[in-house]
Structures are given as C-alpha cells and as structure tokens.
Design a protein around this ligand. Structure first.
Ligand SMILES: *Cc1c(COP(=O)(O)O)cnc(C)c1O
Length: 381
C-alpha cells in the first residue's frame, strides 16, 4: 500500500505548497533592494499579526531564541522576575532566566491547570520588586490557553513588564499586543505561521524599549538594538535566513487573505471538530482551559500513550505528538494549527481509531469521524 505521511504535530506544522515552492527560488543578496522590499513587507505583515504599531524584529533561530532575546534585552543580573509555569514552555522561561543569573520566583501549577489572574496579583503584591512577569499564551505542552489580557491588567498597575510567549498561539487566536498592553511579545515561524522552523519574532512596547536601552545582561547575537538598527535600513543585523524570510513572505500573504478573524474562526472549528471526535470515543481532554491550537487527550486507562503515538506514526504515518517529560505516556497531543484543514482532522481521527483498535480499546468504529464530520460540514463555507 502507498502510505502517505500526515503531519499533525503542534509544531512544526504543515507548510502550504506555495510556501514550499518559494524555497527553491535562486538566492538573492540580503543587502540589496529586492531583499529590502521583501523584508519591509514581512515586517508589516508581522505587525498586522502581532496587532502592534511597534517594530517586529525577525531573528534567525527557533522560537526559544526569541525567548532568550526577551530575557537578555530587558533585564540586569540579579533582577527578580515572576514566571508563570504550567508546563514545559513556562518552565523554559525559568531555565533561561536562571542561566543569566536572574532571580526567579515561580507560580507553578500542575500541567493543564489554569492560572487565575488573582494568583498573579497576589504574587506581585508579595514581590513588588519583580521587574518582569513571564507567561505563555498557549502552553503547547498541554494545549491550555491563559488569560493574557487579565495578566496585562494586573501588570499595568505595577512596574513589572509583561513578557508573553505567543509561539504557538499568535496568528491562531486573539492576542492583540497594543490593545492588551503587552510589553514583549514573541513568536516563531513553525507553528501557526505555516513556515518551516528557523525564524523567531519579537516586539517590544515603548516602555520595554526603554528597558532594552538600559539593560545590562550580556548579549550580542540577540541584541535588539542591533536588530532595530538593521531594520531602519530595511535589512537585518546579521546574514538572515533569506530563503525562510521569502517563504514567510508568501505565508503572510496567505494569512492576510484569510484575515485575522478568519484564522481565529478556522482554528475554532478545527478544535471543535477534533474534540467532538475525541468525546465520541469516550476519551477525556487534559486541559482545564483548552485553546484552539492543539488538543491534549488523556491516554485511556491501561494503555501506553507512547506506544499509541508510535503506532500512529510508524504504522499509519500520521504524526501526532506524545506528552513531554515528566508526563511521558500519560497523554497525547493532536495539533490543528496553521495549514491544517478539516480533512486532516478526519485523517487523524481515523488513524487514532485504527490505533486504538490495535491496542484493544473498545469503541464503535466511525463514531469520532461522524462527530467531527458533522461540525466540519456545518461550518463549511
Ligand atoms: C514551540 C514552542 C516553543 C519553543 O520553540 P522552539 O521553536 O522549539 O525553540 C516555546 N514556547 C511555545 C509555547 C512553543 O509552542
């Protein structure tokens, strides 16, 4: 049998054919007018997705590079910060800060749990000297989304800057940087931006820029002042990932044609269809407050989640994601962000049903497909 591979991981995500083709174009030089014009349009396109008037800087790195850039550009050694840790990526904020000798206080909750903004208020009252709060829009390790707008209202009443990891959420769910008053917002190319991995984005509010100008943590490659200087000349500080930027240019055009509202409602339908299928199989979600980016599903009792993911991938060529340490095997994650359509959801659910069958989990074949199909059909336009 011909086995076609399908990618339904929450990052990297599938890349549309028009975006893939751009990678094959002859290379252009990054200090010439053709690149400058593309770079200018990419920056404008990113500003539209970030919903900000501020510059959005494009860095050559995966998303974690922008996380590191956020830390090194606004803090000084010994500064105290508050990290909201509800999973792998919240935890990473703490790790990066500690690597730079920043004093980290954490609000740590179990994976999948919500963090009410009142908890942040309380902790900020207990640590009035906190210079920044680090949080995550969509915690990709659990599929949970957080009340960034509420957090921003809390930090607005204090001196602390609010730094938001929007790596998987931005472009798929609302997170208007200027309207919500976010100080630093970051994202990456390989999640909802329909582009291969290798680019990261970061924007600073006017207040955050003042911190950038006076921050004293060591930095060189990720110096936002160097990136801003480059941008003023319509180019980047260092040799950029030229081909990836051209691919992003095409992807942003596709995203703009769909429009922000269109992107948000598309992701809502994908999430709803996936969850209707999951519930029809008698399975449960991990998250207390699941977003529309991915669906984390608890492994049914008696089954091994790692094995489930492995069978889906190796036998059926449908690539979803397992749970990361320290929850390996306890749940699995189906990504439905970026260039993922209704028929991809049907494919994922079919492969899941076949895998559950292989593992001896009792269910009625086709139940999840019927449930998901009804939602996709209802919203087809
Ligand atoms: C993917 C992801 C990251 C890490 O990005 P890399 O591109 O793997 O460095 C950080 N935060 C969130 C929320 C993510 O989804």
């Amino acid at each position: 049998m011909i086995k076609k591979p399908y990618l339904l991981s929450p990052g990297p995500t599938p890349v549309p054919p028009e975006v893939r083709q751009v990678a094959a174009l002859p290379l252009i030089h990054h200090r010439g007018p053709e690149f400058s014009s593309i770079f200018r349009e990419v920056t404008e396109g990113l500003k539209h997705i970030f919903q900000t008037e501020q510059d959005v800087l494009t860095l050559t790195s995966s998303g974690s590079g922008a996380m590191e850039a956020a830390v090194v550009n606004i803090l000084a050694p010994g500064d105290k910060v508050l990290v909201l840790n509800a999973g792998k990526f919240g935890d990473r904020w703490g790790k990066i800060c500690r690597a730079y000798a920043v004093d980290v206080q954490e609000i740590k909750v179990p994976w999948g749990a919500d963090i009410p903004k009142e908890d942040l208020s309380e902790q900020l009252a207990a640590h009035p000297d906190a210079r920044a709060v680090f949080c995550t829009l969509s915690e990709t390790s659990t599929g949970t989304v957080y009340d960034i707008e509420g957090f921003a209202r809390v930090t607005a009443a204090t001196d602390a800057l609010l730094v938001v990891d929007g790596i998987s959420g931005l472009g798929a769910m609302p997170c208007p940087m200027d309207d919500w008053g976010l100080d630093v917002l970051i994202s990456g190319s390989q999640k909802s931006f329909m582009t291969p991995p290798g680019l990261a984005f970061i924007a600073f509010s006017p207040e955050a820029w003042r911190h950038v100008e006076s921050s004293r943590l060591p930095r060189f490659y990720f110096d936002a002042l160097a990136a801003r200087k480059g941008l003023q000349k319509q180019t980047s500080a260092w040799t950029p990932a030229i081909s990836l930027i051209r691919q992003l240019h095409k992807a942003l055009e596709i995203m703009q044609n769909i429009g922000l509202e269109g992107l948000f409602s598309h992701h809502r339908v994908m999430a709803e269809a996936t969850r209707a299928g999951i519930h029809a199989l008698g399975l449960e979600l991990l998250s207390e407050n699941p977003g529309t980016i991915l669906t984390a599903v608890k492994t049914p009792a008696g089954l091994d989640g790692n094995r489930l993911v492995k069978i889906m991938q190796e036998r059926y060529q449908v690539h979803i994601a397992g749970a990361q340490d320290p929850h390996k095997g306890k749940f699995f994650r189906i990504g439905h962000l970026g260039f993922t359509g209704g028929f991809d959801i049907i494919t994922a659910l079919t492969a899941l049903e076949m895998t559950l069958g292989d593992l001896g989990y009792a269910h009625k074949r086709g139940d999840s497909i019927r449930a998901a199909q009804a939602i996709i059909k209802e919203n087809w336009q």
